[in-house]
Design a binder for this molecule. Structure first.
Ligand SMILES: [Zn+2]
Ligand SMILES: [Zn+2]
Length: 726
């Protein structure tokens, strides 16, 4: 007998190829089965979406190709996963194949059945030898962590009974991770019916550099209970074989806990019962390329899909009164000390359950905010003398300091003061950054790098000098300023730097973190990378050196970001309750009267959020309105804008068009990157539904507009739904 599976394959986002292709098969293939199918001259990986006994309309047997092979030994991807992928593709306006294939490990595409069989065998063997020792699963015998605070207890209990997504609003140092660990334990201890997948937990963090610390804590807690195979990671910093191995472990149910960055939200997890999104406000959860999805928002959707499926499967006995039976759920926890305004608003409205943990573990105080008015500092001072003195004092007491500057390199620009030459990038509308350590000028947008010229390339002046400051310079400057300061043991103070440059080499991040934890470093200078999540126990002073630009940025989200960043950074100080009384957050600013600092001083996020939400409501901005961006890249700015404006003109008459506002096309702030001109057009609507329906109707228009004569030179376009930067 012949069957007719519809197979989803990787198709470019706008290729015009339909959602799935029809093939022929002698076997009835379950939806979700992974197959290899011929496509053009190649053979590609695909996912069976459905399988029919009838040939597709208008196609004869001769016109369809046969499925080449089935990936043996792999259970099909389940309906909830397929629903998630389908939703993500529709919502973010991408092709189903693109999203589905991006969710699978790249190496799966290359393996033959023999190679795959070997991998699976190796996995099974590893799982068998990784099993925990007998008796280790009895509660209490393994590391259970310390006692919970009252707040943690309450949060855990509330989480357990929550009937909606949970927003865990916990101060930095309030012990959110311990709540995640306990909630995970509860889920993993839940027995599942015979034949079902064992329960699984997904824990996401915004950045790769936060995974080692989290992984260590989860391994320590759960390996003795569930075996060395129970915890796996999934992030883009892993090699293709590592990613495949983690994915297989998750897909087959061998891994009980998956820790990862945003890509992990699309992993196949058949027994998923809990999703944790830590630092849920972090912009890194939004993908900036391909399908521009928000992993946080997809996590909320995914938990809903899983919960609905569990409810359907549960069939509570009609003899029991309603409410007597505990319905199984897939919980989702969004954790943050400074939640996104979207999540905060959802909690205000009762769509999310807000759980507050305002206290720090051990009862320590949050650091005191000290604003340094730069108007009153010596002219040209990069670091205010009182700040340097305060740091010297800490070092002498054996405490650590952290200095935050969101700009890597030595100086953002190198300039000639005779003729006005500046270190512009030849390929971008941006300056190349001066890196003193390797004497280069590097473009942080396209990567274009050259040796620093000996003299001004335009006028030959030998006196070219750096303008502005980056982390390298602050590190150098502090080493000089603190040269005479001694640590308690009499040795000189040590300053180190941590940013994308210092952690580029594999393993260097772990080494640097270990150095910081060991206390060998007294002052750590770095970009926002150091402000997030790290649990340095001996830091008692955190300083933000130059945050002013965010106070007046044109992006309406800038204040929210700055507040979150400063709160996060402040949260690094005084994590050890013994030191917390004296811990301080210093902020150098030229605008100490700015209202943002008043709420920051009180650590009053609710007041800040209320203020911001009022402003957003008045302006019809998210979460009160809904937005999308149409972005275009082209050889010329005129072509990019012509495409965008043409697409706007031709949208008249589309469904819901009268509920949509389209703004004129504008160049991006950094207009040209790697010789590509960039422009965007903002789309706004008062309702999410109207925006969604309009966008899907608009797709065909967008494809047509590619061939507008005035848009000649258009390279690509993309729709960004719920954009984070405008
Ligand atoms: Zn010059
Ligand atoms: Zn460049």
């Amino acid at each position: 007998m012949t069957f007719w599976p519809n197979v989803v394959v990787a198709t470019p986002a706008h290729s015009g190829v339909g959602a799935s292709l029809s093939y022929r098969s002698e076997l009835l293939l379950a939806p979700g089965t992974l197959v290899r199918v011929p496509l053009g001259k190649r053979e590609v990986l695909g996912v069976v979406w459905e399988c029919s006994t009838e040939p597709p309309e208008g196609l004869t047997e001769a016109q369809t190709k046969a499925v080449a092979s089935v990936l043996e030994g792999l259970p099909p991807l389940n309906p909830r996963w397929r629903q998630l992928v389908k939703f993500a593709a529709q919502y973010y306006q991408r092709s189903l194949g693109e999203v589905a294939m991006a969710a699978l490990p790249p190496q799966l595409r290359e393996l033959s059945n023999e190679q795959l069989a070997r991998r699976l065998k190796r996995r099974a063997k590893a799982s068998a030898s990784a099993a925990p020792e007998a008796g280790a699963t009895t509660p209490g015998t393994a590391a259970n962590g310390h006692d919970l605070s009252d707040e943690q207890h309450q949060a855990l209990a509330a989480l357990h009974s929550a009937q909606a997504p949970v927003l865990l609003y916990g101060a930095t140092g309030s012990g959110k991770t311990e709540v995640y660990l306990r909630a995970t334990r509860q889920v993993l201890d839940t027995a599942t019916p015979e034949g079902d997948s064992p329960t699984q937990v997904l824990v996401m963090v915004p950045e790769i550099n936060l995974t080692p610390q989290l992984e260590a804590r989860f391994r320590e807690r759960f390996e003795p209970l569930y075996g060395t195979d129970a915890v796996v990671c999934l992030h883009s910093g892993m090699t293709p074989p590592q990613r495949l191995s983690s994915w297989l472990a998750a897909h087959t149910g061998a891994a009980r806990i998956v820790l990862g960055t945003r890509m992990a939200v699309l992993a196949s997890l058949p027994g998923l019962r809990l999703i944790v999104v830590d630092e849920e406000h972090d912009p890194s959860y939004k993908s900036q390329e391909g399908a521009r999805y928000s992993a946080r928002d997809l996590a909320v959707y995914r938990a809903k899909v899983e919960t609905e499926a569990l409810a359907k499967a549960a069939h509570p006995s009609p003899l029991l009164p309603a409410g007597e039976v505990e319905q199984p759920r897939c919980h989702v926890v969004l954790g943050s000390a400074t939640p996104s305004l979207e999540s905060w608003y959802a909690a205000d409205q009762g769509r999310y359950v807000r759980l507050a943990m305002p206290g720090r573990i051990g009862g320590g105080a949050l650091p005191r905010l000290r604003l340094v008015d730069m108007n009153h500092q010596p002219k040209g001072a990069v670091l205010a003398p009182p700040l340097v003195a305060a740091m010297a004092e800490r070092i002498a007491r054996g405490e650590q300091c952290m200095v935050l500057l969101n700009r890597r390199g030595y100086a953002p620009v190198l300039a000639c003061h005779d003729c006005g030459w500046k270190s512009a990038c030849a390929h971008c509308s941006a300056y190349r950054v001066f890196h003193k350590l390797d004497r280069t000028l590097r473009c942080h947008h396209c990567g274009f790098t050259e040796r620093v010229p000996r003299a001004c390339p335009d006028c030959g002046n030998l006196d070219i000098s750096p303008v502005g400051r980056g982390t390298e310079q602050i590190e150098e400057h502090l080493s000089t300023l603190l040269a005479d300061v001694k640590r308690p043991d009499g040795s000189p103070a040590r300053v180190a730097r941590m940013d994308a440059d210092s952690t580029r080499l594999k393993g260097s991040l772990e080494v640097q973190l270990a150095t910081m934890h060991s206390g060998a470093v007294d002052v750590l200078v770095g970009t926002q990378m150091i402000a997030k999540g790290h649990d340095f126990r001996r830091i008692t002073l955190v300083a933000s050196v130059n945050a002013d630009s965010a106070l007046f940025a044109s992006d309406y989200r800038a204040p929210e970001r700055l507040f979150a960043l400063l709160m996060q950074a402040a949260g690094r100080a005084g994590r050890d309750a013994a030191h917390s009384g004296a811990s301080e957050m210093w902020v150098q600013t030229w605008y100490p009267q700015h209202p943002l600092f008043a709420t920051l001083k009180k650590h009053d996020y609710p007041a800040f959020a209320a203020e911001q939400l009022t402003e957003r409501e008045q302006a019809g901005m998210p979460p009160y309105g809904f937005q999308a961006l149409l972005r275009a890249d082209a050889r010329t700015q005129a072509a990019a804008q012509a495409f965008l404006n043409g697409a706007a003109q031709q949208s008249l008459g589309l469904p819901y068009r009268d509920e949509i506002t389209l703004y004129p096309a504008v160049p991006l702030t950094i207009q040209r990157v790697a010789n590509v001109e960039r422009a965007q057009l903002l789309v706004e609507a008062a309702s999410r539904g109207a925006l969604q329906r309009f966008l899907s109707a608009w797709q065909a228009v967008l494809l047509d507009c590619r061939s507008l004569p005035e848009a000649r030179g258009l390279i690509r376009f993309a729709v960004d739904v719920d954009p984070l930067a405008i």
